[in-house]
Design a protein around this ligand. Structure first.
Ligand SMILES: [Zn+2]
Length: 250
């Protein structure tokens, strides 16, 4: 069975296991290590190891009972937020829909209706509110949410390298529709690639690629092999010519 996740209020990803929720503790290339999300509240010592989308080890016992209803509530509230972002339904309707599928135990644990309505409004407001598009590097403050991947890993990293700054500055100057949309699409792309890599590691063969992509791969390889002969901007520009984000930005 593949892993199932929910997102906390703060957008942190949590792994579901038998009525318990786990948060990411650490990761190696091979494995991800998870700790019970009650590690602080209840000083619970239960841990999990996952590998290739499977739980491979359970370490320690929970010092509290699992609570399937609590997990159900988190899942339903996640779904409500999704509906808030992706539909035009009025809050009352979204809430009604989410209650239909709930067990009695979970219904009793749901936040009250006025809080849920507020959650829906806030979710919609946040979805609409990307930061203003920066006009120069001085204006550029990248919110935390744009710096991490959907899996909570550091994703955007700055170095003090002038070439990189100049390249990013050009990107901002040419930003259309916005640099935030661009970063979001990179995040989506990254999540997709991580998923694919996991599948390949697990033994699935990559699908045969179209000729145009094979040709691009050959060109990129040639540029990479030429790294020592190019200055950094020239190298980056060469690579950039072989990428096209248009489909995601439009
Ligand atoms: Zn626990």
């Amino acid at each position: 069975m593949s892993l199932e996740f929910v997102y906390s209020e703060k957008g942190k990803r949590k792994l579901i296991d038998s009525g318990h929720l786990f948060v990411k503790d650490a990761a190696t290339e091979e494995k991800t290590f998870w700790k019970c999300d009650q590690y602080q509240n209840l000083v619970c010592r239960a841990r999990l190891h996952t590998r290739h989308d499977k739980i491979v080890k359970r370490v320690g016992e929970h010092n509290h009972a699992g609570n399937a209803a609590r997990v159900e509530v988190v899942k339903v509230v996640n779904q409500m937020k999704n509906d808030a972002r992706e539909t035009q339904d009025v809050p009352q309707r979204i809430i009604t829909n989410s209650f239909i599928s709930l067990s009695q135990a979970a219904s009793g644990l749901m936040p009250n209706i006025s809080i849920l309505k507020k959650t829906i409004r806030n979710t919609r407001r946040l979805a609409d509110r990307a930061p203003p598009n920066p006009n120069s590097l001085v204006d550029l403050v990248i919110p935390n949410d744009y710096q991490i991947t959907h899996h909570d890993d550091q994703f955007l990293m700055f170095d003090s390298n002038d070439g990189w700054h100049r390249a990013f500055s050009e990107l901002i100057g040419a930003s259309h529709p916005t640099v935030w949309k661009f970063i979001s699409s990179l995040k989506d792309e990254q999540a997709l690639n991580e998923g694919k890599i996991e599948q390949y590691v697990a033994g699935a063969n990559p699908p045969p690629s179209k000729k145009v992509y094979r040709d691009t791969a050959v060109r990129i390889k040639r540029i990479v092999q030429d790294y020592d002969n190019r200055d950094r901007m020239d190298y980056l520009r060469g690579l950039a010519h072989n990428f096209n984000f248009k489909a995601h930005l439009s």
